[in-house]
Design a binder for this molecule. Structure first.
Ligand SMILES: *Cc1c(COP(=O)(O)O)cnc(C)c1O
Length: 872
């Protein structure tokens, strides 16, 4: 790594002179700056040298790659081929790919600094980016040459890809969405920075022991991270605690000074985000916390050395671990501190970049569009006000205009219990100055509301930033909404419900502020990289344009009934299923038949996602088969995967039910292998690569109105799976696109769910009325799936019978009937294949490129900027 950096630093660069650059000085525009974002070097010698004139660093042919790998093996890993470990080869290869990214990275950074551009800043507490090597190869168009180069060195590309640790910097869909968006931003050549937290421990690794989930620490950085460049010179201080003081400045203005009791240093850790077959390479900038080396701690001055050391430990803990969602209690204080830490560092960094661009602070909102990915970064609204008013002495109103023109907010949930709030005492202690600012925002905002709705005190209470009922709390969704110029939901249904429910009062006041941007996923990772067989077939059939214009998949429709194309289609699916079957056997010892219908539900385990509804169906089917062994049902392999939050007991019990079912069903001679149940451990992005392409049936069975969008549903669809699902989230749009006849719909609608609840839902009565359902519940309660211990699943069965908040029993009968339609359809292979082809053909809408284009046009106003590489 040292050599790479040193090389780049040794090259001379022109200083950036904005006036000259705007005049279109070509040489300046094309000259890469040193590693983004140190900014311009002070060296004035004009040069147009490429930082990577050595073909071993920049060549894209197999010979150059081979030389690069050998160079890096020796110069970076300090090994020669005879003794190199597989990991050495992986690192040497990853560095060789990174060398190719770096030239694009510095060229992009230089262009953004030197030219009139608007930069999209995606603020997210999670980026579930997954392994980078394969993706970078695809986006650089290097896969074939790299495979050949490695082969010449006796190395296998797939084996090296398998060695990369997963950067699990997210919980699930929300973090993965942020990662897909980084891919699309770069591919669409939009200047962008992703800002987040560099967790030392990402989401835990899941192991299954005795049928239960066990959490294992994710030590993803243990062997180093080839993609990361740490920038010790890009660091900021973030204060916590203490008190505020009022003072009057020389001009006689009242100023507030915040005197924190402790400060934490945030250091930038950057990762390149390369676009697909373009020169744009954006930055994912993640903040690592460090102790401040010398800070005038009162305790330290008093000679309390150990107190000072304690502070150091706490500071370094800040970016230590990612918190699982769905856990209301866990580490509240540290989580708020994490949020403020990364948001403050990011905004300070944006101010620094603005200055590097030679722009005054009041242009902030013109240069940056900042998206708040859920409420996790919403403290940014108050922090930008603090930076502008307290630190840059801007008048409040001007600062407020800048803030609102900068931010936009994406809401990800309607579940009231999931809307983020922070207790006032905690907030006051940790961020006293920010609370004052929130009060001031609130005071001005509520004055406006009172003027518009005189006497409507209830409305004022509902819209206030402070929840005054019971223990007083700060409402982060309200802060994000008031501080943003746009608020969006993530699927059409979700955006509608948002306006009708949790955001209703705000939609009354600012109807134009609300919009929808349906989520999308990147076809580079979830098709090209993870389903190469399908990608090849598509290239040969309709050309390769679909990768960046997914609507071109429509051209497949004319082949949907073509027998020979259908054959090829099935062969691709079959070989993906065989690969998954091998992986299943390797990880679980369960043998599954690749000819069976692969029925897959992979996603976080949560009651609203209703993995237990799927389980109830399987148990019912198992009972029917035992009763009538000659029953004609399609042989099925049910695959589940997903992590449960460590403190979410019910979710963990659902995992135990699935593994318990697997033990019983897979080994029952009466079933004779016609049903198989698999819990695939440790579902993450890396494993996802093998799962989505192998699915025949995609389970999207959440209670209607609860899943904001879902993105797993889109990945399955692109890879030719049929969906069984409710009218929830993006399922609605998937069904619209693919046609009702190619979608297995069941269950109550969101409106019906609300109605059933209003009328007083009594789940026990549903069980009483349905013999099959009652028998299923009785069998679970008997201990049949818990090695004879009847108490294990008692909480689950009781909850279903006496509360069932997600209407599992209400939807059960319709789900069973729908699953039986699936079985019947599977028997007609040609019809099934046609539906599979049409699912892929009509999945174009769900590319993250479409979603990002909508954000750019409607919300961020960020045009594309072409990056040109200097020729060496
Ligand atoms: C896509 C994805 C998710 C989200 O899945 P949903 O079905 O939308 O909940 C979660 N985890 C991983 C690893 C994913 O790739």
């Amino acid at each position: 790594m040292y050599r790479v950096l040193k090389r780049i630093k040794n090259i001379s660069f022109e200083p950036i002179n904005p006036t000259r650059v705007h005049g279109g000085n070509r040489a300046t525009m094309l000259t890469p700056a040193p590693g983004y974002p140190e900014g311009p070097s002070m060296d004035d010698s004009p040069t147009n040298a490429s930082p990577c004139s050595d073909p071993a660093r920049s060549g894209l042919d197999r010979g150059s790659l081979q030389r690069g790998i050998l160079d890096n093996l020796i110069c970076l890993q300090g090994r020669y081929p005879g003794v190199a470990t597989p990991h050495d080869w992986y690192m040497a290869f990853a560095y060789t790919v990174r060398d190719r990214l770096l030239a694009r990275w510095v060229a992009s950074a230089h262009t953004y600094l030197s030219r009139e551009v608007r930069i999209a800043c995606y603020l997210s507490a999670e980026f579930l980016i997954g392994p980078q090597l394969g993706n970078n190869l695809v986006n650089l168009g290097l896969e074939t040459e790299a495979r050949a180069a490695l082969q010449a060195l006796d190395q296998d590309l797939d084996a090296l890809l398998a060695l990369e640790e997963e950067p699990g910097l997210g919980n699930g869909g929300l973090g993965r969405l942020a990662a897909c968006y980084m891919d699309s931003l770069a591919t669409l050549e939009i200047p962008a920075i992703g800002y987040g937290i560099r967790y030392e421990f990402g989401i835990f690794d899941q192991e299954i022991r005795d049928g239960w989930q066990v959490e294992v620490t994710d030590k993803w950085l243990q062997k180093g991270n080839a993609w990361e460049i740490v920038r010790p010179d890009v660091s900021f201080y973030v204060g916590f605690g203490g008190h505020t003081e009022n003072e009057t400045d020389e001009q006689g203005h009242l100023r507030v000074r915040w005197i924190p009791t402790r400060q934490v240093k945030g250091v930038a850790c950057d990762m390149p985000m390369q676009g697909y077959l373009v020169s744009t390479c954006n930055t994912l900038r993640l903040w690592k916390s460090e102790a401040v080396e010398s800070f005038d701690l009162k305790d330290f001055n008093a000679g309390d050395y150990y107190q000072a050391v304690q502070e150091k430990v706490i500071s370094e803990t800040l970016s230590k671990v990612l918190y699982p969602n769905d856990e209301p209690e866990a580490g509240k204080r540290l989580r708020l501190a994490q949020q403020y830490f990364f948001v403050s560092c990011s905004l300070q960094d944006m101010l620094r970049l603005l200055k590097l661009k030679g722009k005054p602070v009041n242009r902030f909102g013109e240069v940056f569009a900042a998206q708040l990915n859920d409420t996790h970064p919403s403290i940014a609204v108050a922090e930008l006000m603090r930076l502008l008013v307290d630190e840059r002495q801007l008048p409040w109103d001007e600062a407020w205009d800048i803030t609102r023109s900068t931010f936009a907010y994406t809401n990800h949930t309607l579940l009231p219990e999931a809307l983020e709030t922070w207790g006032l005492p905690l907030f006051q202690r940790l961020l006293p100055r920010l609370l004052e600012i929130i009060y001031e925002i609130n005071r001005r905002f509520l004055d406006e509301i009172r003027q518009r709705f005189p006497g409507d005190d209830e409305r004022v209470k509902r819209m206030s930033l402070i929840d005054e009922a019971g223990d007083r709390k700060v409402r982060m969704a309200n802060l994000a909404t008031i501080g943003s110029h746009a608020v969006n939901g993530v699927a059409a249904l979700h955006s509608e419900l948002l306006k009708q429910t949790v955001m209703r009062d705000f939609a009354d006041v600012w109807p134009d502020r609300f919009c929808n941007v349906t989520n999308g996923v990147t076809p580079r990772r979830f098709m090209t990289l993870s389903n190469p067989g399908l990608a090849r077939l598509l290239d040969e059939t309709i050309g390769s344009g679909w990768v960046t214009d997914l609507t071109r998949l429509k051209a497949l429709e004319t082949h949907a009934d073509d027998a020979s194309f259908q054959d090829r289609w099935r062969k691709v699916k079959q070989s993906n299923k065989e690969a998954l079957a091998r992986l299943i056997q390797e990880r679980t010892d369960i043998v599954v038949d690749p000819a069976a219908l692969f029925d897959i539900q992979v996603k976080r385990i949560h009651e609203y996602k209703r993995q237990h509804l799927n389980a109830l169906y399987i148990i019912g089917l198992y009972q029917r088969l035992r009763r009538d062994p000659r029953l004609a049902v399609a042989p099925r392999c049910f695959v589940f995967g997903g992590k449960a939050a460590p403190g979410y007991a019910m979710a963990k019990l659902i995992i135990r039910l699935i593994t318990g079912m697997a033990e019983v069903v897979n080994n029952d001679p009466q079933i004779g292998g016609r049903l198989k149940v698999v819990f695939f451990p440790d579902f993450n992005v890396k494993n996802a690569h093998s799962v989505y392409p192998a699915a025949d049936l995609s389970e999207q069975i959440s209670t209607a109105g609860k899943e904001a969008s879902g993105t797993g549903n889109m990945k399955f669809m692109m890879n030719g799976a049929l969906t069984i699902g409710t009218l929830d989230g993006a399922n609605v749009e998937i069904r619209e696109e693919v046609g009702a006849e190619n979608f297995f719909l069941f269950g109550l609608s969101a409106a019906q769910v609300e109605q059933v609840k209003r009328e007083g839902y009594r789940p026990a009565e549903r069980a009483q009325a349905d013999d099959g359902l009652r028998e299923v519940l009785d069998l679970i309660a008997s201990g049949h799936f818990s090695r004879g211990e009847p108490d294990v699943f008692r909480p689950l069965v009781d909850n279903l019978l006496h509360a069932d908040p997600f209407l599992v029993l209400a939807d059960y009968a319709d789900y069973v009937a729908c699953q039986d339609r699936v079985s019947a359809a599977w028997h007609d292979t040609r019809r099934w294949t046609r539906m599979s082809i049409l699912n892929t053909a009509r999945s174009g809408k769900f590319s993250s490129d479409r979603a990002i284009s909508e954000y750019c046009e409607r919300i961020w106003k960020t045009p594309a900027v072409r990056i040109t590489l200097a020729r060496s």
